[in-house]
Ligand binder design. Sequence first.
Ligand SMILES: [Ca+2]
Length: 380
Amino acid sequence: MRVVVVLALVTISACARPAVAEPPPATAVQVAPWVRLDVEGPIRVTAPVGLVAAHDGSRRLFVIEQGGVVRVLNDGKLQEAPFLDVRHLLGGVGGEQGLLGLVFHPRFKENGRLFIGYTDSHDNDAYAELRASADHARVDAATLRVLFSIPDFAGNHNGGHLVFGPDGKLWIGTGDGGGAGDPKRTAQDEGSLLGKMLRVDVDTLGPAPQLVTPERWAKGLRNPWRYAFDRQNGDLWIADVGQNLWEEVHLVERAAEQRGLNFGWSVLEGAHCFRPEQGCEAAGLVSPVFEYRHGDDGCSITGGVVYRGKRFPALVGSYVVADYCSSRLWTLKREGARVLWARAGHIPGNVSGFGEDEDGELWVADHQGRVLRLVAFLPR
Ligand SMILES: [Ca+2]
């Protein structure tokens, strides 16, 4: 089965302008032609929330199932035996809870280390290390060591994503804890680990039970559902899920060289005062480079990866995002100081995550139970 996706490259002029934040979101004009994307699939899995490669030369792609199992795709075929099963560690599963993230150590091929983010049996937000078997064919859950966990008070906004940055550190985006409207104001609270982008050095672990003390690299996030580094230039793209009105994307150039940023939540939602009746002070807050309003465009952003594959030259350098509700796709690209965005059609289903294989080629997770692969990019 092939699903044809139409990609329309348009100008950014229709993008809503910020009400209060400074500086305003970058604006630019895209002049590339219309193109079509072909997506091949599906591969049937259960509630996938992400796709990750180990970059160990095995060419395997790992499917994160929210229920607590990691499956293996070998050359596009689903392996019967699971790679990892942590179902017994999870409390509530479904909604926004469960196994939420997976990443392999940059030297996984030598050290067999990998890391997961999940909601634990107490519904707290946990981050842990595991070690693969000697042949790296599977992972025994008994090797798990919790790096740290964050007490949580609601079932939603649990972060869970993990990526390694160009600095060799593990970057973990946490949600504000949940409920609605940042009820405990955690995202702006310097003392809370919630609503932050954390940075962790996993190569110098301390003693149990808290093996690491995360650095609060940035604050003001609501629930960053997938972010990615551009491995060519170190730019960090963050898709942060909005409340009732605005979905947003942040861009931090050469992020590892910066720190102390404030992405605005819950002073702002997108580039707009979140509590307009109270007014808001936007000075010093990082404004999103892209936002869209709830409605036909959707209701909950799913961030992807920065495409650095070879198959589709016109996509190189683009951060691909989708909306979970509308399944519309967009591509975002920095060119100098400008950010270009493009509508990219849609994929039926609920896009819950993206992944890139060892070649940097793009895959898509549909939360309804499918894995899809981008197989063609057709100018017309
Ligand atoms: Ca929560």
